[in-house]
Design a protein around this ligand. Structure first.
Ligand code: ADP
Ligand code: ZN
Length: 435
């Protein structure tokens, strides 16, 4: 039986949801117009008044917000409440440039915990479960975000944070953790370290993990599920909007439900800004309609995704987003062909003979883009003959070529030679940017 944290919101009819969104949107727009000079100036310049925004159908009239706006108003220029109402600050890890700061009121923290509680409940968690949080605590939103959600559910929270993987595994085993959250790359590293320590998956009690903060593939999901002996659920979010919990996976494991009573979602053509119909791939744009301290309006995430309102077997009616392949910034253009690192991951893992660790090195030699894929051999393959390794390289090369239409140099590297991470994996080295 499917359980919901908040059935009223998670299973609302489309007309109920639209009515609620419309009401909250008009209130939010009025509030930011009055309290945030940047929004007022933008809306004035676009000739839009708060009273022009009566329903979600008017959303398109509002100007977009982009990451640069957050940098230009750094640190508090987009806050919509006085600082005495702000009880927490977080900052993005700054993987793509100067860091940005966001704020939360007490109510915002509650909204965030609610979003994460829905995700945990969808993954089957109850107050009887133990939640091992291996996302980093601190300015990064991962740790404290899921921490709040797990406490709301009433789970026994184990705030381990990142680091010391061997200790993490002892805690997992000794404390009897039934749920875990971290990046999918760290989940794999935990599994690998468990093997090294001679601890089998039967010695731990994990039922499910909530993995996110970076793109990952179905193939990676299978690896994690098999190695940790638990369900691997996807969870999505970004600091600018609230943190993890903007969207979450349900038992169907085919895309993530967006908490759209809090965040209105649209997809747009990244070049023209035109709103796209449901089902077409585009840039994901969010508007926060319940946040007090930091309500972004039509924020362009640069994440590329597809939205659908197709009926979901879990009974939730919240709009779904297909697993995002990555950010438009992560997309590589190799000799004119667009590829996401996750597409390469998918090909590599589906072939089976390599370990799920790889690095992509892009360079420009004689005005031609070159892609080198370094991929780790599995222990079994490592002891094979040179001839069979050459054949393996060829097999990968052909698969990449025929699936993605790009030719790449394949370099098989020794097991464990590619660095392991505790947070987000860095898989691309684009040397073209250095020239
Ligand atoms: P930073 O911007 O510094 O990396 P964030 O933690 O705010 O810090 O990163 C949010 C981004 O992480 C999202 O915009 C998205 O690109 C990526 N992300 C988060 N969760 C997922 C997920 N489940 N699948 C794919 N990408 C994700
Ligand atoms: Zn569902």
């Amino acid at each position: 039986m499917e359980r919901y944290w908040n059935k009223e919101m998670e299973c609302a009819t489309l007309s109920e949801m639209k009515a609620l969104q419309s009401f909250r949107l008009s209130q939010t727009v009025r509030r930011v117009y009055e309290n945030v000079p940047v929004y007022r100036e933008r809306m004035d310049a676009a000739g839009v008044k708060p009273e022009d925004i009566k329903s979600v159908d008017d959303l398109y009239k509002l100007p977009f917000t982009v990451k640069q706006d957050l940098r230009d108003t750094y640190p508090y220029g987009l806050f919509a409440v006085p600082m005495d109402k702000v009880v927490r600050l977080h900052a993005s890890s700054g993987t793509t440039g100067k860091q940005i700061v966001v704020g939360y009121t007490e109510k915002d923290l509650d909204t965030w915990a609610e979003c994460c509680a829905r995700a945990l409940t969808a993954a089957g968690a109850t107050k009887n479960d133990f939640m091992h949080v291996s996302y980093g605590y601190g300015l990064f939103t991962g740790g404290l975000g899921l921490h709040g959600g797990a406490e709301k559910v009433g789970m026994t929270v184990i705030p381990v944070s990142t680091g010391n993987t061997a200790r993490q595994i002892n805690i997992l085993r000794d404390f009897g953790s039934t749920y875990i959250c971290c990046t999918p790359s760290y989940a794999l590293f935990i599994a690998e370290t468990m093997e090294e320590m001679g601890i089998s998956k039967d010695e731990i009690k994990l039922k499910a993990g909530l993995f996110g903060a970076e793109p990952w593939t179905e193939e990676m999901r299978q690896e994690i599920e098999e190695k940790l002996g638990c369900k691997a659920m996807d969870i999505y979010g970004l600091t600018e909007i609230i943190g993890p919990g903007v969207a979450f996976e349900c038992s169907e494991q085919s895309g993530m439900h967006i908490n759209e009573d809090n965040f209105i979602v649209e997809t747009i053509d990244p070049d023209t800004g035109e709103v796209l119909p449901e089902g077409s791939q585009g840039e994901i744009v969010f508007t926060c309609i319940t946040k007090e301290a930091f309500p972004l309006i039509r924020y362009r995430t640069r994440d590329i995704g597809i939205l659908t309102r197709e009926k979901c077997s879990c009974g939730r009616t919240l709009i779904k987003m297909k697993k995002p392949a990555g950010r438009s910034d992560d997309m590589l253009i190799i000799r004119g062909v667009n590829v996401f690192p996750s597409q390469i991951e998918s090909v590599l893992l589906s072939l089976g003979n390599t370990a799920p660790y790889y690095k992509l090195i892009v360079d420009r030699v004689n005005n031609t883009d070159m892609l080198e894929i370094q991929v780790e051999l599995s222990q079994e393959m490592f002891s094979d003959t040179i001839k069979s390794l050459e054949e393996e390289e060829k097999r990968i090369k052909n698969a990449i070529d025929s699936t993605l239409g790009i030719s790449a140099k394949i370099t098989l590297v020794e097991p464990k030679s590619i660095e392991r991470v505790e947070g987000k994996a860095v898989r691309v080295i684009d040397k073209r940017k250095l020239h």
